[in-house]
Design a protein around this ligand. Sequence first.
Ligand code: SDX
Length: 434
Amino acid sequence: MTRETLTIIDNRTGKTYEAPIEHGAIRATDLRKIRISEDDFGLMSYDPAFMNTASCRSTITYIDGDKGILRYRGYPIEQLAKRSTYLGTAYLLLHGELPTATELNDWTWQITHHTWIHENMKKFMDGFHHDAHPMGMLISSVAAFSTFYPEAKDGNRETRHLQIVRLIAKMPTLAAFAYRHSRGLPYAYADNDLTYTGNFLNMLFKTTEVKYKPDPILEKALEVLFILHADHEQNCSTNAVRSVGSSQVDPYCAVAAGTAALYGPLHGGANEEVLKMLQVIGSKDRIPEFIKQVKEGKGRLMGFGHRVYKNYDPRAKIIKQMADEVFSVTRPNPLLPIALELERIALQDEYFVSRRLYPNVDFYSGLIYQALNFPMEMFPVLFAIPRTSGWLAQWQEMRLDPEQKIARPRQVYLGPSERDYVPIGRRDAGAQRP
Ligand code: SDX
């Protein structure tokens, strides 16, 4: 019988320690037993950017980065993209099981009847400059929700569920209002007859028609994109939601923190950066020069690389396949041939192959968003909307996990040891500055 333990010998003292291995991990707190003296704090693990640290145990999303596998509650992303809806997937992430027809109808009814936002939120959004980035507006507006629902701090099941419904329902409304604000257009209100994505398109693009009719191919494309972006285990923004949520602040503030993290160009902001990169490259014959610049460290191939996927991101595969369908009803995107050639060249280039850099979810998504007439600055917003259900599923799991406490990492201190204060007048002019 193999012992599921790690035997550690501390060569400083010759002592031996046993650390149990559970689910492929040892508890970092087990390292504290390894001391050189009684008043020693014991060993810590040092892991900047959490390259190899599990912050939680989760049953929500599984990724195998080497095999390019992504599953929500055990269901392969390829099957969900083909057969589920976004709200059905959101239900799965939050409840752990696919909904029955009755459950889905009830869930859809709840979401549909919470899409409106308080009229004062419009005044709040009107305060932004005309060219305010919609992600900045979204981050602020989501946080502002916490002032409209003070009861959200209460962690009981019913209150928690109502805030989850409100956030999933209202994110598209906030996003659409931010878009309309940036275009100087009057806000368009929800149409409860439409689907979640159809209503989002309605609130974005409705003009003078009495009833907006979303293009079914574009509505379906957005549905699939929302499913693909719904969750992705402990990514940067989810880590932010869990960490901020661990102080037991309301979910609006926790989701606002996640939205802020997602805004970064290394994370959800990459889809906007990919389009800018393709526009700068401008033509296929300029790709070799661009690749040369990247290899010289003068830039990054945005939409490539991933902390976990060391193979093709399964979501990128699905999005790339979708592109043809979308472009069949919109104008073909002139940047697509550049993206395809860039991918072809990069996947054969030793620099990218040796670093196991493959297209990720952001490489092709922007091309589709552009074909759907979204301006580039809306692309990260289109990531934040669907990811809200994943963030909330992870937040809920964290709040219900008896092992989770307030997130408070330790540090390795390398600063100055104790020293006495020196009055300003007598400080040595040549003193070292940090
Ligand atoms: C998302 O975590 C998630 O799950 C995120 C996400 C989700 O669904 O939540 O999947 C969504 O954020 C996708 C990633 C979107 N970001 C981009 O496309 C930006 C470009 N990619 C990179 O910046 C980078 O690949 C990251 C940020 C995605 C991952 O970075 P890591 O894991 O910290 O890797 P690294 O920066 O340490 O890079 C390792 C090496 C380095 O080279 P060396 O120093 O070893 O010589 O690979 C190089 C990097 O320079 N490298 C790249 C590169 N990405 C990494 N070189 C050129 N182009 C790139 N895109």
